[in-house]
Structure formats: C-alpha cells, structure tokens
Write a protein that binds this ligand. Structure first.
Ligand SMILES: C[S@@+](CC[C@H](N)C(=O)[O-])C[C@H]1O[C@@H](n2cnc3c(N)ncnc32)[C@H](O)[C@@H]1O
Length: 495
C-alpha cells in the first residue's frame, strides 16, 4: 500500500465524537486530564524527533538502563559534525547533540548515581531534612511574585516536591525534569495533587539532553552536594540555565558560597591517626603506612562545635547566574565549578594545634520579595549535608595572632566528585615576621567521593584555659572575604 493511500485511510478514520458529562466537575476533570495528555504527547514527539535527528534511530537514550549503549550514541553524534550538531526542532528550539553529561561523567558512576536517586527512600531522606525543604518552601512561597503566571523548570525534580511548591506559588506551568526512575514516582505524586497537577509536566531525562516546548522564566533546583560541589550537579544546573532560561530569568538558588576556616580537634585527630593498630591480637603495623594515608584522604562529614574554629571563616562565592563555560573551550567543565583554586589566609585567634580546614556552604534564594539563605554552618540547625573537615596528617602549631596561609585546590573528576588538595602553612610570627618566612607547612590530598561519615551531633568540647571561645561565626551578618573569578582578588563583602 502506498504512503498516499495510508494517509487517506488514516483520514477516513477521523471522526468527531461527542462526550457528555453529568456535571461541571466531571467536565473540568476530563479537560484537565486531556490537556495533561496533550502536553505529554507533544513533549514525547519532540524527544523522538530529537533523538531520531541526532543519531538516526528512534530509541530512548536518556534512560540509565540504556547506559551500556550510550557510547555508541555519543560516537555517532560526534560524526554528525558541526552541520548536524544543532538541528532545528519544530518549535524552533535547537537541540545540542553531544551530551554534556556523558562527556563529563563516567558511565558506571552515572548508573549508580541515578539508581540511588531512583529510590524513594533516598528522596524521602532529603524531603525530611526540614531545614532544607522548609527553606525551599519558604523561599518559594514568600516570593510568589517570582512564580505567579511564570514558566518554571525544576532541574533534577526527584519526587517533584519543588515543582509542587512552584505550582502552589501560582506558576503557569512547571517542567519537572528528572533523569532517574524517580520521574515515575513524581508523576504519581503530582497526579495525586489534582489542583496542581494540571500545571506540572514531568519529563524523564537529563537536563543536558531533553527538549522543552518553551523557555523558562525561573529555574528551581536542589543541586547541592557535600561541600556544595560534590555530585557535580551544579554543572547541570548551569547547563539548564543556558538551555532553558530566558535572559535575565531568575534562579532559585541564585548563588552559593563555600566557607572555610582552620580548626583544632585533638579528639578527631587521635581517632583518625590511631585507627586499628592492634586487631584481635594481630599487629596491623605492616599495613599501617598505607592505611594511615588512606584515612587522611577521607574528608570527615559530621556536625562539629563552631568553637573548634581557630579563625574567622573566609568564603568562596559561586554565582549560578553568571558562572561560565570553561575558558579553554571545554564545554564539559565549568570555570569555578570544575576547578576551584582558593587562596587561604587566616589569622589565628588562639594558640593551638591546627588539624586542618573546616568547610560548609550556604545558598541564597534571591527572590524579589524576600532574600533567603539556606545555611549548613556549624552551630546552625543540622542538615543532612552536615559539615566537612579536611584533616591533615601533620598538624601545625600556631600562636594567637599568627598568620595561617595556604591553598585549597579542587579538581573535578569523572566519578561526579572532586580531588581536594589542601596546603596550610604557619607564617613566621613575632620578631622577624616581616621577612615573611614560613615556619611549617602541611599538605594533604583528599577524595570528596570517599568521605568518612562520622555524623556525630555537635558536642560541647572542653576549652583549654588559653582557648577562650571567640565570636567566630555570625553567618548572616558576617564580613566575609570573597574571591573574584580568578580567585586572586580578595574583596570585602557584607552579606
Ligand atoms: C538532590 S536531588 C533533589 C530532588 C528534589 N528536587 C528535591 O529537592 O527533593 C537531585 C535530583 O536531581 C536528579 N538529577 C541529577 N542530575 C540530573 C541531570 N543531569 N538531569 C536530570 N536530573 C538530574 C537526581 O536524579 C535527583 O533526583
């Protein structure tokens, strides 16, 4: 049968149908369900066109269980070359061909990652972090004007909770993009909230790969990992900005800051340094050197008492609205997010042994009505991120007023995390200090992917007589030092 006769046959089956409803409510219910179905059909059609144009086959490539075939997909995408690389879709949006996600992340890591987030129990853990979820709820609902009648994209929607908040705040439409199988649960959860569901479409796929039928006025996302940058999801957030956000559109969160300060914690140091030397009468010393190095390569995740900090914190700011693709042209690596080189400079407020660098982060929701911070600082209500400490195998001794300098160099790797290179030095102190010499230096290399989850609640540490509590942390009103893009200029910023 010819194509033409196929088409006419199709036409001959087209008939109008009349549906009668018993009441207004039934009619409205049907209308909503139909509109939702229509939207999904349009999005699915766009996705099919996109993947067919990109690789010449109509298969779904975004699903984690298809990961085994994705390198073939990537290769064929590259062969398309520049001409085929940005094909026009029917809605005049362009599709970027090579997956920026696949470029930066190794397959095995991505598979485990999306498997983890595909489980309801892990999403539930995050939802039950009330500091986190409550901050998002307040930030969205207190800034209704930013959401009312606006198009929203929820980047990595998980259960869909933030999409539901955005719809509660009056969003015209929310596109909830989620790569893991959690997308199916999100659909279920959203359809159980009928007053909101008609304004939310769940799209299963990676933000780097899916197409949306329209641009967004505002992005909402929870892309923060341990130390802000772990999981490398911030990069997906930035890519979503470049792909979907209208110029000058809003981002919730808007900026993130990593805060750092040297700390002293004898208990923690002894716990790490003395791990397993005698074991059921077996001398473990032959392996001690390697094991010792291994323990100190693990950043410690727990909640600590802020009185352990020995100097006021400095901050490294990442502005999500302006972070750019790497200057080297590598589209998979975002400057400041992939490679953070942070010069450190502190003045010790006490005489003590410094055991390493303590870090935490906060993010700002820069709403038009209310500017709201979500903080993970020590001393603040504990979140599921806790805080992070990089412990040095060799502590350094400092006196009150002595300068501590150094560098934290963080380099992204393909397992969705970072290698941290930390150096701390005690500068010359007292007479002759102006000659600027270094007294002691200690360095460590840590893998953010392999933390030691110590998870203790903050404890009241006994203070030695010469270590009086100092006012080190006033997270909201603090005068903090921040870096410019190159990390070289220190600016004073009052937040
Ligand atoms: C930290 S969870 C947040 C979930 C939800 N937004 C919330 O706040 O409860 C991050 C979610 O983003 C998803 N995700 C991560 N990278 C993604 C990407 N590139 N594209 C789509 N989803 C992604 C993960 O599968 C996960 O469900």
């Amino acid at each position: 049968m010819s194509e033409a006769s196929d088409a006419s046959k199709e036409k001959s089956y087209s008939r109008g149908i009349t549906i009668e409803f018993r009441n207004e409510e039934e009619s409205r219910g049907f209308h909503c369900a139909f509109e939702q179905w229509k939207k999904e059909v349009v999005i699915q059609a766009l996705l099919k066109v996109h993947s067919r144009r990109a690789c010449g086959a109509g298969r779904q490539l975004n699903r984690p269980e298809m990961a085994g075939a994705s390198h073939i997909h990537r290769a064929s995408l590259r062969q398309l070359g520049a001409a085929g690389a940005r094909s026009c879709l029917p809605n005049e949006m362009t599709s970027s061909s090579a997956s920026k996600f696949d470029d930066k992340i190794e397959e095995s890591s991505a598979k485990m990652y999306f498997h983890y987030y595909g489980q309801l129990l892990h999403q539930q853990n995050m939802m039950q972090d009330y500091v986190r979820t409550g901050s998002y709820y307040a930030a969205v609902l207190q800034n209704r004007t930013d959401f009312t009648d606006r198009v929203v994209v929820d980047v990595g929607a998980g259960s869909g909770i933030l999409s539901l908040f955005a719809a509660q705040a009056g969003a015209k439409h929310v596109y909830a993009v989620e790569a893991s199988d959690m997308a199916d649960y999100a659909r279920k959860l959203i359809s159980g909230n009928p007053s909101l569901s008609e304004r939310i479409s769940v799209i299963k796929g990676k933000v780097e790969e899916v197409e949306l039928p329209e641009k967004a006025d505002i992005l909402i996302s929870e892309p923060m990992g341990t130390l802000l940058i772990n999981e490398r999801m911030l990069e997906s957030y930035i890519i979503a900005r470049d792909r979907f956000l209208v110029p000058k559109g809003k981002m919730f969160p808007t900026i993130g800051r990593i805060h750092m300060a040297p700390f002293s914690d004898e208990y923690l140091y002894i716990e790490i340094a003395n791990k397993q030397q005698n074991y059921y009468g077996v001398n473990l010393m032959p392996l001690h050197g390697t094991a010792f190095q291994g323990y100190f390569s693990q950043p410690v995740v727990d909640a600590f008492d802020p009185r352990l900090l020995v100097a006021p914190a400095i901050s490294h700011v990442i502005d999500f609205t302006s972070a750019k693709v790497n200057a080297t042209g590598s589209s998979s690596c975002l400057r400041k997010i992939c490679m953070n080189d942070i010069p450190l400079r502190f003045v010790s407020s006490t005489g003590t042994r410094v055991h390493g660098l303590a870090c935490w982060f906060d993010v700002l929701f820069g709403g038009s009505t209310v500017q709201r911070w979500l903080t993970t600082a020590p001393g603040a209500p504990v979140t599921h991120w806790y805080q992070l400490r990089c412990v040095l195998a060799q502590p350094i001794y400092v006196m009150p007023g002595q300068e501590i300098t150094g560098r934290l160099h963080m380099v992204a790797h393909k397992a969705q995390s970072y290698t941290l290179n930390l150096t701390l030095s005690a500068k010359m102190w007292g007479p002759g200090a102006e000659q600027g010499g270094i007294l002691q230096t200690s360095s460590g290399k840590l893998d953010l992917k392999e933390p030691y989850y110590r998870m203790s609640q903050p404890q009241a540490y006994p203070m030695s007589q010469d270590q009086q509590p100092v006012q080190l942390l006033q997270t909201q009103d603090l005068q903090v030092q921040t870096h410019d893009e190159g990390g070289s200029n220190l600016l004073q910023q009052s937040v």
